[in-house]
Design a protein around this ligand. Structure first.
Ligand SMILES: [Zn+2]
Length: 242
């Protein structure tokens, strides 16, 4: 009798191990690219921990751009950028374009709009630019802890589905460039903010999303924002060619 009990326990344990392995294999891996400039607050990580079916792995710059260049990033279904970075080589720039050619989706958040001020073509990837300086437009501007009223432009899009118009205490960005070909997801009619607070566009064979908000935990704990990020991540993973 004792032997049977031991056997049953062992079989149960084996089944649990196999089930866990299978479950783990089904999870989509996403890469969170961060930097020591503008380190994310704890709420940032919780955003991704709360999404079932994904494993989020963080990598800081400049290692992340080396990782992108050497092709190891292929195993990830989605790259989420929360870095504020200026350092990039020509080979690394080419690697970004190669990934987009292969259909790798990218999600850019908040201050990534300020990255790569000396890489003119970066605007064609992210869809816009916060200019520290601009000879004609002048510098872009920001206001911290500003109440932004956001309107969902298309409630049928999977990223904004079931999201109502909402307010968020975040960081206003203004006088930024936005490419005319992007499709807005969130609109802001406040004259102290740029007109789109989130957009999507197609770059080569990939879908690229930019979401303006994401300064700190006041944003990361906003239930509408959590839903927006979750829906953007799940949508982009499904669009991944990998
Ligand atoms: Zn910020």
């Amino acid at each position: 009798m004792k032997t049977i009990v031991v056997l049953v326990v062992l079989i149960f344990f084996q089944v649990c191990v196999i089930t866990n392995k299978l479950y783990a294999q089904e999870k989509a891996s996403i890469l969170l690219v961060t930097s020591n400039r503008k380190v994310p607050s704890s709420g940032f990580y919780e955003l991704f921990a709360l999404i079932d079916g994904i494993d989020a792995i963080e990598m800081k710059q400049p290692q992340a751009n080396e990782f992108i260049q050497n092709g190891d990033v292929d195993q990830y279904a989605l790259i989420v950028f929360y870095d504020l970075n200026d350092s990039i080589t020509e080979l690394q720039k080419d690697a970004y374009w190669d990934l987009l050619e292969k259909g790798k989706p990218m999600l850019f958040l908040h201050h990534t709009l300020v990255s790569y001020q000396k890489w003119p073509n970066f605007i064609n990837i992210i869809g816009g630019r916060y200019n520290r300086q601009h000879p004609i437009l002048g510098p872009s501007a920001y206001i911290h802890d500003y109440k932004l009223n956001l309107t969902v432009s298309n409630k049928k899009h999977p990223i904004t589905m079931d999201l109502d118009c909402f307010s968020i205490i975040g960081e206003a960005y203004n006088n930024c460039e936005i490419l005319p070909e992007v499709t807005p997801l969130l609109i802001c009619e406040d004259s102290h903010n740029m007109p789109y607070a989130a957009w999507i566009h197609r770059v080569k064979n990939a879908e690229v999303v930019y979401i303006q908000n994401g300064h700190d935990d006041k944003v990361f704990t906003n239930s509408h924002y959590k839903k927006l990020i979750k829906q953007a991540v799940l949508y982009l993973i499904l669009r991944s060619k990998k």
